[in-house]
Ligand binder design. Structure first.
Ligand SMILES: Cc1ncc(COP(=O)(O)O)c(C=O)c1O
Length: 295
């Protein structure tokens, strides 16, 4: 990835309805979204020039905003078209796409009913991680101190920027200790997810994953569950307590950025990336490829 700061790259960012030169896509310091966390975003990937499940991401963005009590002034179809424009205008093929919406500056207290809602869409080159042998070594996860909040405490089904405050703190703490990421428990002490990805385990040929009742039910998570069932694997969504972590054989995480990434360690527990993980890594990479349009 480029060492150039993200605000200084070349290219075009779609901002409030128009393509804007990259370095000019700015917001004012008195923006509600910055002061009060009234911002929602998406993380998407384009493969071969096409965004995987673009419409689902656009719809999730609109729902995330609704949960935060604001309405993005574009339809899912308009957002999809804007994302395609950004990819084309920047000449991207394999890319990460970042739509972000936030409350503007008209009101600067907690109340924000009159604030303009802004939407920006940026994209940058981000090739997928292709070396399966290297990847199959697995990543090491710490266990975070912070927990995913109770749904009565935070809008946990929105991809809201504010929810990532504890993710960044947890990921920094993990990286300081030499881990790649951290597994987070939920407010009841159950296994939840990583700081930017969902988690899966295998035992006796079955796949187990925490029920997504207080964290993001990832688009990749649902895709991988479908792929696994198509392969005939049993997939069990249930409450998983940390004292079970030693009883699983394989572990992997899923997310737009992570795709399907094997895990070799969580704290004191060891996993051996194996056939289930390898199969789902391959199936996922096949699934995300652009479909040839029938003549
Ligand atoms: C906290 C968190 N959980 C899970 C995911 C996986 O979601 P998706 O598969 O939709 O990218 C993400 C990534 O967006 C995330 O940030």
């Amino acid at each position: 990835m480029s060492p150039i700061s993200f605000d200084q790259q070349d290219g075009w960012i779609w901002l409030d309805g128009a393509l804007t030169p990259w370095a000019e896509a700015r917001l004012h310091v008195l923006s509600h979204g910055l002061h009060y966390g009234s911002s929602v975003f998406e993380g998407e990937r384009a493969y071969g020039g096409e965004i995987f499940k673009s419409l689902e991401h656009s719809e999730r963005l609109l729902r995330s905003a609704e949960v935060l009590d604001f309405e993005i002034p574009y339809s899912a179809a308009e957002i999809d078209a804007a994302k395609r424009l950004v990819i084309a205008q920047n000449g991207l093929v394999d890319a990460y796409v970042r739509p972000v919406a936030w409350r503007g500056s008209e009101m600067m207290g907690v109340s924000a009913q009159k604030n303009t809602i802004h939407l920006a869409i940026a994209a940058w080159e981000w090739p997928s991680y292709f070396d399966p042998a290297e990847r199959l070594k697995g990543i090491r996860l710490d266990i975070a101190d912070y927990r995913r909040p109770d749904p009565m405490t935070a809008p946990c089904h929105s991809k809201a920027a504010g929810l990532y405050m504890i993710c960044t703190i947890s990921k920094h703490a993990a990286e300081r200790k030499g881990y790649a990421d951290a597994l987070m428990l939920d407010w009841q002490g159950r296994v939840a997810e990583c700081t930017g990805a969902n988690v899966f385990f295998t035992r006796d040929g079955a796949i187990h994953t925490p029920t997504a009742d207080c964290f993001l039910d990832g688009i990749t998570r649902r895709t991988v569950i479908d792929l696994a069932r198509r392969r005939g694997f049993e997939v069990i969504e249930r409450r998983i307590m940390p004292d079970e972590l030693g009883s699983f054989n394989e572990c992997f995480i899923t997310g737009t950025a992570a795709e399907v990434t094997p895990v070799s360690e969580i704290g004191p527990h060891r996993y051996q990336p194996g056939d289930v993980t390898r199969t789902l890594m391959e199936d996922y990479m096949a699934e995300v490829q652009p479909r040839a349009v029938a003549a």
